[in-house]
Design a protein around this ligand. Structure first.
Ligand SMILES: Cc1ncc(COP(=O)(O)O)c(C=O)c1O
Length: 349
């Protein structure tokens, strides 16, 4: 079967996570609900990674992580500002509103899938009366839904704005690892040193079987978060099988290596197709996804050949997502088939 470029979720489990799971399982019985040594170790490794004290919780998926983290930032009469393409708006079935008992999500445009301070200022100042849901949080996605990244300075500018407006800053980091690998920065530079109150740190897309970490740098917001998780059905009884993968991934830097590899594969794809006639890249490629507009017959030909990719995510066009296990031959195979398909489209009949 052709390699999938549909989603980094579609890849299997990477060896470091498998190995940690096997080791955790080999130890027999252990206390449940997070009172085990794997969870303790995973929290410690995450604190080391961010070089600060922070409160860490493990939940099953990104929707829960985002929704519960945002709910901890807001009251029901508040609003959350995010980009119009943000996953919290487009792909979470209203969960952020549901888990916060009605907090309204307000959408902002922004170039390359990113918010900017002026846009935030405009929305917050547009209505300050009692009849409008009071803005309380800003949610940014790092890397963004369209495969771009916020530079540390861009985040610090957003922080300056949120601080002056009394807003909390949430980061959807489903692809945080890809952002760190792309920016070549330390994780702290794009989180707490840039004012992020809470980060949803993606595990699944890095190569774990399941689970995301919710990392509170603003520890006041973490108060009673375990009850919020439990009520939402997100407190794993066998928590060690969520946390063990993190220990395995963080032990020798596998989390960053895999992310860098996925980014490199996307860079290889981008370089190979960017100048092909009929191909228009839609966004600067800064992480592990390439977004491109292709002629419809070429899309159909690729799909007939078994290539799997989405045409409805983000701002439209084709999304080619690379994973920790994408191989150079997979990219080259896709490029060869795309070249052939375009030749068919472009040749005189
Ligand atoms: C930007 C972003 N945030 C969060 C998620 C996590 O969503 P899920 O609830 O499917 O784990 C995804 C998954 O595709 C995503 O792309």
């Amino acid at each position: 079967m052709a390699q999938q470029f549909a989603s980094d979720n579609n890849a299997g489990i990477c060896p470091q996570a498998v190995d940690a799971l096997i080791r955790a399982n080999g130890e027999g019985h252990a206390p449940g609900y997070g009172d085990d040594t794997w969870t303790e170790k995973a929290c410690a490794r995450i604190r080391e990674l961010f070089e600060t004290d922070c409160d860490v919780f493990f939940v099953f998926n990104g929707t829960a992580a985002n929704s519960l983290a945002l709910a901890s930032c807001c009251q029901s009469y508040h609003s959350i500002l995010c980009h119009e393409l943000a996953h919290v708006e487009t792909d979470e079935c209203g969960a952020p509103e549901f888990f916060s008992n009605g907090t309204k999500v307000l959408l902002l445009p922004g170039e390359n899938g990113k918010l900017d301070p002026a846009g935030i200022d405009r929305v917050v100042k547009k209505r300050t009366d009692l009849h409008f849901p009071k803005p309380r949080a800003v949610s940014v996605t790092q890397a963004t839904e369209v495969g771009t990244t916020y530079a540390p300075s861009e985040l610090r500018d957003i922080w300056a704005q949120t601080k002056s407006l009394g807003l909390r800053l949430h980061m959807d980091g489903a692809r945080f690892a890809n952002a760190v690998a792309s920016l070549g920065c330390r994780p702290k530079e794009i989180t707490w040193q840039a004012g992020v109150d809470v980060l949803c740190f993606g595990g699944t897309k890095q190569g774990m079987p399941v689970g995301e970490a919710v990392v509170f740098f603003n520890r006041e917001l973490a108060r009673e978060f375990e009850w919020r998780c439990k009520q939402a059905g997100q407190l794993a009884s066998k928590m060690r099988f969520l946390s063990a993968s993190w220990v395995g991934m963080l032990r020798d830097g596998a989390w960053l290596r895999h992310a860098k590899h996925a980014n490199d594969m996307a860079a290889r794809l981008e370089a190979a197709i960017k100048d092909l006639p009929g191909v228009k890249l839609l966004f600067p490629r800064q992480a592990n996804a390439v977004f491109a507009e292709l002629p419809l017959p070429a899309i159909e030909t690729l799909k007939e050949k078994g290539w799997v990719f989405y045409t409805f995510i983000g701002a439209g066009g084709c999304r080619f997502m690379c994973s920790w296990d994408t191989q150079e031959e997979d990219v080259d195979g896709l490029v060869a088939d795309l070249r052939a398909a375009l030749a068919g489209v472009n040749s005189p009949r």
